[in-house]
Design a protein around this ligand. Structure first.
Ligand code: ASP
Length: 432
């Protein structure tokens, strides 16, 4: 049985057993979750995250160095940024539009609203504290790390990316023979990272089972019913963008078959869904891009780490949709101008959202504050955020893969994949 199929079985079984355990034990088998499934899930997640920093530094630096010239780096950088921004803008507009059409907040029972606000009030305090500090000019200043080792140690991805980009650019500047030892070393680190991810993914069915079981067994399913309209509307938006939006981009711009693309990306989607983290999924995304999609390592190494940190299509859609929903819940009518602000702020703040679970909550509060919706409203969606986080992370990660595919149509990389562990890398044409 192939690995993606086994992982999918892990996912389905985790969900089925989790829901059954939840229903049978009323609130979930807490001890079992705490002592068995949660630790197993955390171990697998940590193993994935363990590879992120070495992989980002090595693939990004060698990726840039392999581009061969500043002109090419500039062209690829430009296409990448244009793709990231257009996809994020379109997804945010879709999120807002759906909420305007469905208006799920209008008919939310005030009694349920009060109950949710009271139940989750405690949990919002952290996010509230963070929201005042997360979105400031500091975000820009901190992109340049004073100490790259400290940045790597604290998982500060933007700073790590900046450092790796600098190393790649410097490698481009110096004579080939001077850079060769470092290039070879980083190339070797990239190979080793991919092999390590191969190993970690072998136990993915167990890791995915444990993560999904822990979430579903604990989940408050009555909440699901209370907020069903909102949940369905958000998931519909995400699915429409995934299936229609990305397929159009793949067909019209990248000129590859969406069917083949999605079938090869299955493992990436399941990993994103079960980990709720673009960062934890990144090594798998790079491996699939290089090994199954034939995207050159220089492009995958450049676009994907950057995308996992700044390109969050699902998050932008969710941010816009949530702000509109909460405005409806509180009976606040947002004018067209206010909605344009919500779209622009969702795009802008999604860039600052880290690729980890629940990272967008403080940023949603920033946007809420800007258009005059009560910040504590975030408590209303707190209980279902994890479920929607799993879904929006799939879109976040797939947007990066779509961009890498588009870039590689315009700027195909070297035919031989120096960073791939397999020698038989299928060509980009295989997707078409
Ligand atoms: N969990 C998301 C990601 O990792 C970020 C978020 O929207 O919270 O992509």
């Amino acid at each position: 049985m192939q690995l993606p199929t086994r992982i999918f079985i892990g996912l389905a079984a985790g969900a089925a057993f989790g829901v059954a355990a939840n229903l049978l034990t009323h609130g979930g088998p807490t001890r079992f979750i705490e002592l068995v499934t949660e630790p197993i899930g955390k171990m697998w997640l940590s193993a994935l995250i363990m590879v992120v920093i070495p992989m980002v530094i090595s693939t990004l630096a060698t990726g840039v160095a392999q581009l061969g010239s500043f002109k090419r780096l500039g062209r690829i950088g430009l296409i990448t940024i244009v793709c990231f921004l257009s996809l994020t803008l379109l997804s945010s507009i879709l999120g807002i539009s759906i909420m305007n059409i469905v208006a799920p907040g209008v008919d939310l029972d005030p009694a349920i609203r009060t109950k949710l606000l009271e139940t989750y009030r405690g949990q919002t305090t952290d996010a509230m504290g963070m929201s005042s500090t997360t979105f400031s000019i500091d975000l820009l200043v901190k992109i340049i790390p004073r100490n790259p080792v400290a940045a790597a140690a604290s998982g500060d991805m933007l700073a790590v990316i900046f450092f790796a980009l600098m190393i790649g650019v410097a490698l481009l500047m110096i004579p080939e023979e001077k850079g060769a030892p470092v290039r070879n070393f980083l190339d070797s680190v990239a190979h080793i990272s991919i092999a390590t991810i191969d190993l970690i993914m072998r136990v993915a069915p167990i890791g995915v089972f444990a993560l999904i079981f822990s979430v579903t067994a604990r989940f408050g399913f009555d909440l699901l019913l209370n907020l069903a309209h909102f949940i369905v509307a958000v998931i519909a938006g995400l699915v429409i963008f995934l299936v229609v939006g990305y397929s159009l981009a793949l067909l019209l711009v990248a000129r590859v078959s969406p069917r083949t693309f999605f079938s090869r990306a299955r493992i990436v989607m399941i990993t994103a869904f079960s980990t709720s983290s673009s960062n934890a999924t990144l090594p798998t995304t790079i491996r699939v891009a290089e090994q199954s999609m034939g995207i050159s390592p220089s492009i995958a190494g450049f676009v994907l780490p950057l995308g996992a940190t700044v390109n969050m299509n699902g998050t932008a859609l969710y941010e816009g949709a949530t702000v509109l929903f909460l405005a409806q819940v509180f009976g606040i009518k947002l004018t067209l101008a206010a909605q344009v602000i919500v779209v622009l702020m969702s795009v802008l703040t999604s860039i600052g959202v880290a690729g980890i679970p629940g990272a967008s909550l403080p940023f949603i509060m920033v946007v809420l504050g800007m258009v005059g919706v009560p910040l504590e409203g975030i408590a209303i969606i707190m209980g279902i955020d994890r479920l929607l986080d799993m879904c929006r992370t799939v879109l976040n990660v797939m947007g990066d893969l779509v961009t890498a595919t588009i870039v590689s149509r315009f700027e195909p990389g070297p035919a031989v994949a120096p960073v791939s562990v397999t020698t038989s890398v299928p060509s980009q044409k295989n997707l078409g």
